[in-house]
Design a protein around this ligand. Sequence first.
Ligand SMILES: Cc1cc2nc3c(=O)[nH]c(=O)nc-3n(C[C@H](O)[C@H](O)[C@H](O)COP(=O)(O)O)c2cc1C
Length: 246
Amino acid sequence: MTVPRDVTTNVEVLNGLMSERFTCRAYRAEQVPEATIQGILQLARNTASWCNVQPWQVVITSGEATDLFRGALMDEARAHPEGEPDIPFPPGYHGIYKARRQETGYQLYAALGIAREDRERRQEQSFENFRLFGAPHVAIVSVPAEIGPYAIADCGQFVGSFLLAARAYGVDTTPQAALAQHSAFIRGHFEIPETQRILCGISFGYADREHPANSFRTRRAAADEIARLVGQEPVGEAESRVSEAG
Ligand SMILES: Cc1cc2nc3c(=O)[nH]c(=O)nc-3n(C[C@H](O)[C@H](O)[C@H](O)COP(=O)(O)O)c2cc1C
């Protein structure tokens, strides 16, 4: 890929952040300083939204507040394993989407030495979501119900900005729709108004880089598989992205 000289640094920096970021599934206990959390918010709040309505609302925990939430959420998930998300989960994945989902799941299980048919250990690993993978912080992202699906798209962008902003500060993250399975419980726990819909959580902190759950990186489709350029030369050297965060 040729990059014009005057933007080389910007592209290198953004490429570094995007390829170093990964979904962290094991954390060290060390807290993120409050100034760093504020810095992440200062960057992420610049996210674009339709009509600039900025529909994202975030509750962020630290210290004991995280542990209280973690304990209560695990109790809730054990008592009501079925849960009910505010925003319906996908009814199923088919074709290429199913294949990509499976590949990512198998990568995780292989990294952890869990056999594909070992339902019990897969479920145990899935429950780690509710332990927040041991993270010292979680951000709960919610969206006003009244604005509808485009507000959800805006909030998705905010989540993406938060992940990259965190990485810029050397902080690792886990976007987690799994938490939204217990939307009503989360609203109650944090006194989030009934008018808000829980979109997802973002657990964050510093990765345990020795942990096998953090040892693999996911793949991406090549640019020419996801984009069709009309009236231009073919993309040419489209590449699969395999991030190589150390
Ligand atoms: C909105 C959203 C929700 C997600 N929910 C979960 C989740 O509940 N549990 C989990 O382990 N990973 C979750 N992920 C992480 C994805 O599995 C991950 O982003 C994907 O496999 C690509 O891998 P990477 O983030 O390491 O690049 C979520 C990601 C996004 C963007």
